[in-house]
Design a binder for this molecule. Sequence first.
Ligand code: ADP
Ligand code: ASP
Ligand code: MG
Length: 410
Amino acid sequence: MGLYVQKYGGTSVGSLERIQSIAHKITQYRQQGHDIVVVVSAMSGETNRLMQMATTIQKYPDPREMDVLVATGEQVTIALLSMALKEQGCEARSYTGSQVKILTNSVHTKARIKHIDVNLIQTDLSAGRVVIVAGFQGVDETGNITTLGRGGSDTTGVALAAALKADECQIYTDVNGVYTTDPRVVESARLLQTITFEEMLEMASLGSKVLQIRAVEFAGKYKVPLRVSHSFEEGLGTLITIENQEIMEQPVISSIAFNRDEAKLTIIGVPDIPGIASKILSPISDANIEVDMILQNISAEGMTDFTFTVHRNDFEHAKNILQQIARQLNATDIQGSKNIAKVSIIGVGMRSHAGIASTMFTALADESINIQMISTSEIKVSVVIAEKYLELAVRTLHSVFNLDQCQSVE
Ligand code: ADP
Ligand code: ASP
Ligand code: MG
């Protein structure tokens, strides 16, 4: 008999009927003799609804209070699921992040898990109960409620699986597993039986919302077997593996990821001298704003332009900071755009194949899609393009890299 941590996402608990269906499924697992720890998200749309209320009251909501507010979403679903289980004769207990003691740092809205106390959970499991933990939330050293960033329930699931040394962490969602690209954008996207941690990490960091990046990092670090499957449909889903050994001939590109959540900022006419990047980016990172892609143009007459991307939610804040920096540096101008998107091709096979980036650039050029920024690593190439071309770019690249023909469980 195994110990499984099962995480159910927002759409999977999006109505009372769905919560009852999940309860039925969990009850069946219990009847087979497995120990089950469940992590749930808030009902779909609820976190957005709460955040909208916050911004109506306060333009830049206080992060501490934001966490107090958004953590309520998951508190509703844990209690309802626990009731549904009891109604079906299955003993269960629900806990908030703070009750379990999911200890995090104090970076509100983006907190990181430092430690999880498993005593309470283990006592319940020994007593034959299903344990239900609120995803996405924790508590800091001083007792403040914290949250782990959007999609953070995945991380709660994997972190609990690591702390409990579970046999598997099962992420149940609204698609059958991890596909070659978002199946909602490209119909011909193929379900992957397996994907390496390395590739999954790139996919998550490049915008595939199917798993939160921290969850993949945790799973890789603590070697947690991680599987993504559909909440209500049969199937083995996708297993995230250390190495994709079974497949002899790896496809060069295994997936296409994209991200519409970024915005671009450019500071024009700054001196091209040592320390300039630090002068521009340090105040941005001091404000806890993450910078993604960075581009510095070649200088003309000792002056240069500097472009970087941030999350769209941080755009106004970053722009305000950049305005102050521009005054200090006597910069000519500042430009910004929210109408951008990032498209990335990912594959460990890129290490041993040349010419992949140029195939990508040619395919985009053939569709008259202009590339605004480029960044590469050993196993990915990302480009920033105008948002209106995003779907065309993803479909084009999916077909150019023959993803229809890669491994499939179907
Ligand atoms: P949950 O609420 O269950 O956490 P999410 O919406 O966070 O679900 O993640 C699942 C969604 O991820 C899918 O509905 C799908 O649109 C999107 N997605 C993006 N890229 C992929 C991909 N490569 N494979 C599968 N799903 C993907
Ligand atoms: N409810 C949170 C969100 O919408 C966490 C999650 O669903 O994983 O981001
Ligand atoms: Mg999610």
